[in-house]
Unconditional design. Structure first.
Length: 346
């Protein structure tokens, strides 16, 4: 079972009690959601837990999905009029489109945020709104302390994202951020003080940057209709053991693809290994060059000089970048996120 699902299975029996003990915070939070999502809409919540937020929004048709089977079991018992599914978003077989899709803290626990956001497009129409809630990174140490003292349920991990980070990820995955808001300066009741801070001081621009809960609302953009051909250049020197793996793991993602291996005077039989792979796979558009000079730059220039397609890509033979990630670079380029798309190691 998924690591997150196992973690929250252990917390399922305590979840509703935790929400009740922190009722002041959750009332503020749910009220803010109601300002963003009207009643009577078709709503999908990813990472729904026991369904409290989804039910509070009173949707016309509500669907919740969660990795924790025990959370989903409790949600179904509490709210039989709503639909709850256990699994990953990729497990949803419905073809329904939704008015609103909620990610309440979900990005913070995702190991692949880009893939998660890209998967939302199948449920979107031009009017769909994505509502993303996430913790303010300024609260990182306070929340960790709350976990240690039992004031907050623990999380398996947390991606501490800023609004700027989320805007960039939305742009990369073909969404447009249309608004950002905040809620809850003080998440517990202090007579009079909490009311003043959360109702009035939270409106001031500088002060609201300190709010615990951050929100971004986004909409899906249209996908580019043009399909480009791709030339993938693989510079390789003394990489015999990686050659077949590198070539076979490259997915087909463009209208036409060619793979050009540029061998750099290896001593381990890399050149002969590439020849073998080419001879055994005539159905693939594979080519082999021996670079005229030395160095990776020379190898890349040699490969590009023979490339015949629209888009040029580089894949290192040592596989420090997974071949399966090449479509991400391609999609970013064809959706005009930049003229040159370059990865980096975080």
């Amino acid at each position: 079972m998924n690591e997150i699902g196992v973690h929250y299975d252990h917390q399922a029996d305590r979840r509703d009690g935790y929400i009740a003990r922190n009722g002041y915070y959750y009332r503020l939070l749910f009220n803010h959601y109601r300002t963003l999502i009207p009643q009577g809409k078709n709503v999908l919540e990813i990472g729904c837990g026991t369904g409290s937020l989804l039910a509070a929004l009173q949707p016309k048709h509500g669907t919740g999905i969660d990795l924790s089977a025990k959370m989903i079991e409790k949600a179904r018992q509490k709210y039989p009029h709503l639909q709850f599914l256990c699994g990953d978003i990729s497990d949803i077989s419905t073809t329904d489109e939704f008015d609103y899709i909620i990610l309440a803290g979900t990005l913070g626990e995702s190991k692949d945020i880009q893939a998660l956001l890209e998967s939302l497009h199948q449920f979107c129409n031009p009017k769909t709104r994505i509502v993303i809630e996430y913790f303010n990174p300024l609260w990182q140490y306070a929340l960790k302390l709350a976990e240690k003292t039992g004031r907050k349920l623990s999380q398996p991990w947390q991606n501490w994202l800023t609004t700027r980070d989320i805007r960039s990820l939305l742009s990369l995955t073909n969404f447009e951020c249309i608004s950002s808001t905040t809620s809850v300066l003080i998440p517990f009741r202090i007579p009079l003080i909490s009311w003043i801070f959360n109702k009035y001081l939270a409106r001031f621009p500088i002060v609201r940057r300190c709010a615990l809960s951050q929100f971004v609302v986004a909409r899906a953009l249209g996908h580019p209709s043009h399909d480009y051909s791709v030339s993938i250049v693989i510079p390789c020197r003394n990489e015999k053991g990686n050659i077949e793996n590198a070539i076979h793991r490259i997915p087909h993602f463009a209208s036409h693809q060619e793979i050009i291996s540029v061998e750099g005077h290896s001593h381990d039989g890399t050149y002969q290994e590439i020849q073998r792979v080419i001879s055994e796979h005539p159905e693939m558009n594979l080519a082999l060059l021996r670079q005229p000079g030395t160095g990776k730059g020379d190898a890349v220039r040699a490969g590009f000089s023979t490339a015949r397609n629209d888009v040029l890509m580089i894949l290192d033979a040592d596989l420090t970048v997974a071949p399966e990630d090449l479509p991400r670079f391609y999609n970013a380029l064809v959706s005009q996120k930049g003229d040159l798309i370059n990865g980096r190691r975080l």
